[in-house]
Design a protein around this ligand. Structure first.
Ligand code: CDP
Ligand code: MG
Length: 159
């Protein structure tokens, strides 16, 4: 039941000053932040993180975007954290993400990167899509030493 999942606040979220707002969504539901850092990745690392998408039509634009500025990477821990976080994050496309989700409240499109229509999704955040992906992504982004074990107030009050 206890799961770990990887979150990235993408360059658009960092540049728009939404780090605190996004972090607070996860804190509010009691998810535990067990690792966090700011990283500016390169194309090689992007290909590892987005290995499943490298062959897709949108990858070139996605890669240009994800290496365009620093991201905030974090590992969240909680009961059924993978699905819970995906629910808070919302659907991939701005038109499909429900109001109240992070993407639904803030995601938009922008011009400028190689996309078929000349527009690109700016959806602020990455979250692991499955337990298997989460395991691989946490290992890709964080060493064991960068992940911390501590007790939250929620746990202190319920133990
Ligand atoms: O991020 P999520 O798991 O919701 O979606 P994905 O299908 O795994 O795609 C990964 C990322 O690629 C998206 O979050 C978008 O940033 C980008 N993408 C895109 O730019 N254009 C698409 N048609 C699909 C995805
Ligand atoms: Mg995905």
């Amino acid at each position: 039941m206890m799961e770990r999942t990887l979150i990235l606040i993408k360059p658009d979220g960092v540049e728009r000053g939404l780090i605190g707002e996004i972090l607070s969504r996860f804190e509010r539901v009691g998810l535990k932040i067990i690792g966090m850092k700011m990283v500016w990745i390169d194309k090689e690392f992007s290909k590892k993180h987005y290995a499943a998408h490298v062959e897709k039509q949108f990858y070139k634009g996605l890669e240009a975007f994800i290496v365009s500025g620093p991201v905030v990477a974090m590992v969240l821990e909680g009961i059924e954290a993978v699905d819970l976080v995906r629910k808070l994050v919302g659907a991939t496309e701005p038109k499909s993400s429900a109001p109240g989700t992070i993407r639904g409240d803030y995601a938009h499109h922008s011009y400028g990167y190689a996309d078929k229509k000349g527009i690109a999704i700016r959806n602020l955040i990455h979250a692991s899509g499955s337990k298997e992906d989460a395991k691989a992504e946490v290992a890709l982004w964080f060493t064991a030493k960068e992940l911390h074990s501590y007790t939250t107030v929620h746990e202190k009050h319920t133990l």
